[in-house]
Design a protein around this ligand. Structure first.
Ligand SMILES: NC(=O)c1ccc[n+]([C@@H]2O[C@H](COP(=O)([O-])OP(=O)(O)OC[C@H]3O[C@@H](n4cnc5c(N)ncnc54)[C@H](OP(=O)(O)O)[C@@H]3O)[C@@H](O)[C@H]2O)c1
Length: 368
């Protein structure tokens, strides 16, 4: 791994550009790993210079947090490790205040995570998913209380509407709360819808994007092929037929993206997984890309994803094959309508670095 670190959003927290996802730590969900493999994945990531670990209270019924905490302790890495975990999901059954984003559940959930992780603070505490109820004022005030209590260092949001993230950041800014430093969102060549709202929001308002499912759950490794149902083994075969929207990847649009990615990767002499990861990790607004694996050879392949550049002409081909639709109101922000606003005068986008106080790409030289 190229061990450069980006600051997370507008914070001073330095994180590896490739984070280690631990949703595959544990076999409870049917597509994860045994403990020995999880430890080998952890060791390989640390030995490659990585410092950023993503988990959640809900992953594999708590096993992910428990093993991650153990592995960090075994190697004496607590000071060096940046631990990101999440709350929202209900692990207790039909008990309304044991899930969601209300103050009562956030405080309960954090205590559980700290116990499982075997630590007294987390570096990044993330709301996992909008619960459609709790106002951002309550969430941001509670998270700020936890920062002041020393249990949390930085805060983030995952899987929320952009209006909610924007309101939360404005509340934090004007009330002096700890701001949102991270937006954890699905992003890949197969899922680019965050480009409409979250990329401009994050880059203007100091929140770095943490990419989840950068390989679209393994689709972009090229192991699944149109019409070959049941032939490949992997998560997307295991979950075939389930309703989770994150797993619905087999469609004509995605097969066309996979085909273009295969050609570009062959031209570059790199694996499809490496090219897909490189593409997303170098998109505007991305602070860190969370890589996941079930096997050591997958992780080693993925750790090489930043060791090369995709030439502009090949990048254009990937961009074109994967471009998302432009629904209203975004259709009004292209040259056809915008030309009418400027009266035809050439008014370019702001140059890179125009927002110097909110620079998300503060890198510092490799520490290994
Ligand atoms: N906030 C959220 O809502 C949210 C949601 C999802 C994930 N996440 C986070 O993001 C992390 C990464 O997400 P993800 O696991 O979905 O990422 P992903 O990169 O899209 O998928 C990873 C899976 O793809 C397969 N794979 C990975 N590298 C490969 C390679 N080189 N060759 C062939 N197959 C390969 C493996 O599954 P198989 O071996 O089974 O094929 C692996 O477990 C998670 O661990 C979690 O921390 C967050």
């Amino acid at each position: 791994m190229t061990t450069t670190y980006y600051t997370l959003g507008n914070s001073g927290l330095r994180v590896s550009r490739l984070a280690l996802g631990t949703m595959t730590f544990g076999t409870e969900w049917g597509w994860g790993t045994e403990k020995a493999t999880a430890r080998a994945l952890f060791d390989a990531y640390v030995e490659a210079g990585g410092n950023f670990f993503d988990t959640a209270d809900a992953y594999t019924g708590g096993t992910s947090e428990t093993w991650l905490g153990e592995f960090i302790a075994e190697r004496g890495l607590r000071d060096r490790a940046v631990i990101s975990t999440k709350f929202t999901m209900n692990l207790e059954g039909p008990e309304p205040n044991s899930g969601g984003n209300g103050r009562k559940n956030i405080m309960r959930a954090l205590d559980g995570s700290l116990k499982r992780l075997g630590t007294d603070y987390v570096d990044l505490y993330i709301l996992h998913c909008w619960d459609r109820l709790t106002p951002p004022e309550e969430v941001m005030r509670t998270l700020d209380d936890l920062v002041r209590a020393g249990k949390v260092r930085h805060v983030g949001l995952s899987d929320v509407p952009a209006w909610y993230a924007s309101r939360a950041q404005a509340v934090a800014e004007f009330r002096g709360y700890e701001p949102v430093s991270a937006l954890q969102l699905e992003y890949s060549l197969a899922e680019r819808n965050i480009e409409h709202e979250f990329v401009p929001f994050g880059t203007r308002h100091g929140a770095g994007i943490m990419v989840w499912s950068p390989l679209a759950s393994g689709l972009l490794s090229g192991k699944y092929r149109s019409g070959d149902a049941g032939k490949a083994s992997g998560r997307l075969e295991t979950v075939r037929g389930t309703a989770n929207p994150g797993f619905q990847k087999f469609n004509d649009r995605n097969w066309a993206i996979v085909a273009e990615l295969e050609q570009v990767s062959a031209t570059l002499g790199k694996s499809m997984a490496q090219v897909a990861l490189n593409w997303v990790a170098t998109q505007p607004g991305v602070a860190s890309t969370i890589i996941g694996a079930t096997r050591l050879e997958q992780l080693k392949d993925n750790l090489g994803a930043l060791d090369f550049e995709i030439p502009a002409e090949l990048r254009l081909r990937l961009d074109a094959a994967s471009r998302p639709a432009t629904p209203f109101p975004y259709s009004f922000f292209g040259p056809e309508i915008q030309g009418g606003i400027t009266g035809g005068a050439a008014v370019g986008d702001k140059p890179a670095g125009y927002y110097p106080d909110l620079l998300m790409r503060g890198t510092f030289a490799g520490v290994s």
